[in-house]
Write a protein that binds this ligand. Structure first.
Ligand code: AHR
Length: 496
């Protein structure tokens, strides 16, 4: 068994957890909306057509914000198509995903769904085919109390109270040539600046996210981020980062994906801080990692203009869930700068929740680490030092066998350690040093592991992968935990 030494101290704090790092994303893509969150004919549908079985699972994930309506979709979306009488709404081609959009679900339905699901909307405006003026109109429709054209239209459409949407994305992945009306950094910087001015004139209380790079592999990274921030630094609160990982065949590389996320986040921070220095600014730019996940991009096949076809419906394995857990640790270890993170996406489309049209809903393997971290990863994140042997990887060199993060929730007197053991051959015994807390009692050690790393949950076998409790062996004098080989672990402790 490998021996690991773990150390955290209540005085060495990285930062407070902003709950918005447990946010998610719903795009008009595939079956995320239609037959995902909205299916009027489903036996569990409420009077508005929202699937209540899905809503219950969404609620159980403690998600504060859901980004909407895209994604690539937003860059061709006319938001006015999705409001008013459903019978009058136009059917359009969605050029982003080669599907047909019926517009039976739009901004007002999303706001109602969000309210019923106990979460807030994070809206994206169209800066592809859309104009700064149209972006301002949407802010007016959503947030202005009344007495103007757009706010009165919202009231006429049955919503007298403004939605008070606080967080807005200035377009989506505008650095990507695949984006509808893609722009270069200078043109995006200029367009987004004018949109930002109009949107904040309409509602000065909103906060804005500028499009950062759609990933570290795109050749314009990180120059895109620098140029965009030079235009927008004084007008936005966040720069976005998007990052997806897939298994290209080398499992150790895949398990080491968190190293790449770490490097990506650090480069964006350094780029933002360079612009801060250049501008002699006092303001710190925060990161919105508003798309992250495991995603098998190579499997995507665009449809032939179908309505809500199955698209990007990755079925996640145990291995995917382990990688996913490692990514969550990295996000938490950056809470001082990462203030928003959106798991992309929430239902059916690369999602922790999977539905069958007219049938049941299931939890994918990734549901569990997300739920654990969003439930217990609260309070502050402590600097975690792990003295661990390494695994040699092709992409990242030596990677520590155990990757971890620690949260301390002073309000309820609990410490939670999340840890990925990437070793597929051997368990790791972790000697845990938390002496600054005084007397500590273990509450539970929950593990996600199994003999088959390729195992998945399906509607037929929905519980093939689920966490299990392991017996606690240590005591308050000698806290030792055994992390099984290839496992995701949550260890909860009470401070006495
Ligand atoms: O989440 C799926 C897609 O990934 C989004 O539409 C896009 O923003 C990203 O490329």
């Amino acid at each position: 068994m490998k021996k690991i030494k773990f150390f955290a101290d209540k005085n060495f704090v990285i930062g407070a957890v902003n709950p918005n790092i447990f946010s998610s994303f719903i795009e008009h893509l595939g079956r995320a909306v239609y037959t995902g969150i909205y299916e009027p004919d489903h036996p569990t549908a409420d009077e508005q057509g929202f699937r209540k079985d899905v809503m219950e699972l969404v609620k159980s994930l403690n998600i504060p914000l859901v980004r909407y309506p895209g994604g690539n979709f937003v860059s061709g979306y006319d938001w006015t198509d999705g409001i008013g009488l459903k019978a009058d709404r136009p059917v359009r081609l969605d050029l982003a995903w080669r599907t047909t959009e019926t517009n039976q679900f739009g901004t007002d339905e999303f706001m109602d769904w969000a309210k019923k699901s106990n979460l807030q909307a994070m809206m994206a405006v169209n800066l592809g085919t859309g104009t700064p003026k149209e972006a301002g109109n949407l802010v007016e429709y959503c947030n202005h109390p009344g007495g103007t054209y757009w706010s009165d239209l919202r009231i006429k459409n049955g919503h007298p109270e403004p939605y008070q949407v606080k967080t807005w994305c200035l377009g989506n992945e505008m650095d990507g040539p695949w984006q509808i009306c893609h722009l270069d950094a200078v043109d995006y910087g200029k367009k987004a600046l004018e949109a930002a001015k109009i949107m904040k004139w309409v509602d000065p209380s909103i906060e804005l996210v500028a499009c950062g790079s759609s990933g570290p592999l795109i050749e314009t990274f990180p120059e895109w981020d620098r140029v965009v921030l030079e235009y927008l630094y004084d007008h936005v609160e966040y720069i976005s980062c998007h990052r997806y990982y897939e298994n290209f065949g080398d499992i150790d590389d895949f398990l080491g994906s968190h190293v790449d996320l770490e490097n990506f986040i650090n480069t964006v921070i350094h780029t933002a801080d360079y612009v801060k220095a250049k501008k002699r600014s006092q303001k710190t730019m925060y990161l919105s990692v508003d798309e992250w996940n495991v995603w098998y991009i190579k499997r995507v096949k665009l449809p032939d203009w179908d309505i809500a076809p199955p698209l990007l419906e990755d079925i996640y394995s145990l291995l995917d869930a382990l990688v996913f857990g490692g990514l969550m640790c990295t996000l938490l270890n950056h809470v001082d700068r990462v203030k928003i993170a959106c798991l992309a996406q929430l239902v059916n489309v690369i999602a922790p929740i999977f539905t069958v049209k007219g049938g049941p809903v299931i939890k994918q393997s990734t549901f569990y680490p997300f739920q654990q971290v969003s439930t217990y990863g609260r309070g502050t994140v402590l600097k975690t030092i792990v003295d661990s042997p390494t695994i040699s990887t092709n992409l990242y060199g030596p990677v520590p066998v155990v990757h971890s993060t620690t949260t301390y929730n002073e309000a309820d007197g609990t410490i939670t350690i999340f840890a990925l053991n990437s070793d597929r051959e051997e368990a790791a015994e972790m000697a845990t040093e938390l002496r600054s807390f005084g007397n500590i009692v273990p509450i539970e050690h929950v593990v996600l592991d199994g003999i088959d790393l390729d195992a998945v949950n399906t509607p037929e076998e929905p519980e093939k992968i689920k966490p299990r409790m392991v017996e606690l062996t240590g005591n308050s004098q000698e806290l030792k935990f055994v992390l099984p080989k290839a496992s995701w672990n949550m260890i909860r402790l009470a401070v006495k």
